[in-house]
Design a protein around this ligand. Structure first.
Ligand SMILES: NC(=O)c1ccc[n+]([C@@H]2O[C@H](COP(=O)([O-])OP(=O)(O)OC[C@H]3O[C@@H](n4cnc5c(N)ncnc54)[C@H](O)[C@@H]3O)[C@@H](O)[C@H]2O)c1
Length: 322
């Protein structure tokens, strides 16, 4: 009997990756999560690891391969491809995700974030993978004044993280043009939602504010709170990833945001209100180098991938607060 082809999700134990894995399993794919668990958690995938999935003798819908994506993935994936056949598609999300850490240690950032992408692309070329969808970032733009930021805006990243994401995009384009590997790069703006780790100092502001407001603790804003961000709900990001995995749209680079922006002060007030108004809001000195405005142009996302990030902030916040 023919088995279902594999979709690999690198970084699939993380925040965005686990939501992506959930959706792909629900859509009927055989999902292989490749993760080294440096920030990801097995608990994020727990629902697919219960004994009932595959315990009746059927193949499990999701399997985990513990592996560093920047240290060779051929050997790690070989036992599963021997069992189920080739990898059909790859969602490449595994990364060192901290801009601050990339500044402190650019060599690690390059090895994981650029090197990891090259490993994925080499695998895709050698194994005839039909599509690679990649998590790029708004960090490729650097400091931009004119809003909204379109994909044709000159890219001038201001961190090793942004440089390695941009280098990865160039590698995707090269593999598509020269080696015929179909690729799509998605430039995520500020993603939020359940399972984002509030314990990480580099985590998104929404997960940190949510965690503190639920406990009635004060929220601290750096600066006057007038800085704006394009906060996009993880469910909408997953829809963009699933669309990018489809056929066509090779060599596409597309922003993933809502096209709107909200100030950090407004965000803090909304979260406080949703949590019953127990938290106070205080201000600390503005952080050096922090960008003041961020808003995506999203025409390409809508026109090329048919996706509109439509989750209202208040609904996304409710889901995040649980
Ligand atoms: N969250 C955002 O707002 C945002 C914005 C722009 C881009 N991104 C990108 O989206 C992707 C997912 O980010 P996230 O927010 O879910 O972060 P996350 O830390 O929750 O997920 C990253 C996952 O990658 C895994 N990983 C890290 N290094 C690895 C390695 N060398 N080998 C194998 N696995 C490794 C981690 O264990 C984790 O499970 C990343 O590529 C990130 O750069 C995220």
């Amino acid at each position: 009997m023919a088995t279902k082809p594999i979709v690999v999700v690198t970084g699939g134990a993380g925040f965005i990756g686990s939501h992506t894995a959930d959706r792909l399993v629900e859509l009927g794919h055989r999902v292989v999560v490749l993760d080294d668990f440096r920030t990801g958690k097995r608990a994020n995938l727990q629902r697919w690891l219960e004994p009932r999935h595959g315990f009746d003798g059927s193949d499990p819908a999701l399997e985990i391969v513990t592996c560093d994506v920047s240290h060779g993935i051929f050997a790690a994936l070989a036992p599963l491809t021997a069992k189920y056949g080739r990898v059909e598609r790859i969602v490449h999300l595994a990364a060192q995700v901290s801009v601050v850490a990339s500044v402190a240690n650019p060599l690690v950032d390059m090895a994981v974030n650029y090197g990891g992408t090259l490993h994925v692309l080499e695998y895709a070329r050698a194994m005839g993978v039909a599509k690679v969808a990649f998590a790029s970032s708004a960090a490729v733009y650097g400091d931009v004044e004119a809003m909204p930021v379109g994909e044709d805006t000159p890219t001038r990243p201001v961190s090793p993280y942004g440089i390695d994401k941009l280098a990865s995009e160039l590698a995707l384009d090269y593999y598509a043009a020269v080696h015929g590997v179909a690729t799509t790069a998605l430039r995520f703006f500020n993603v939020y939602g359940p399972r984002q780790d509030p314990a990480s100092p580099y985590s998104g502001v929404i997960s940190i504010f949510s965690d503190r407001a639920k406990a009635g603790k004060p929220l601290t804003i750096f600066g006057d709170g007038g800085q704006t961000r394009d906060f996009v709900y993880v469910g909408d990001v997953v829809r963009a990833i699933v669309a990018a995995l489809g056929d066509g749209n090779s060599r596409l680079v597309a922003n993933v945001g809502t096209g709107g922006e909200i100030s950090v002060l407004e965000l803090a007030r909304t979260i406080t209100e949703l949590c019953g108004g127990k938290s106070t809001i205080s201000h600390a000195p503005q952080r050096a180098g922090e960008i003041l405005k961020s808003r995506a142009r999203v025409d390409r996302l809508r026109e090329q991938l048919g996706v509109v990030a439509e989750t209202r902030l208040v609904d996304g916040l409710r889901a995040t607060l649980g």
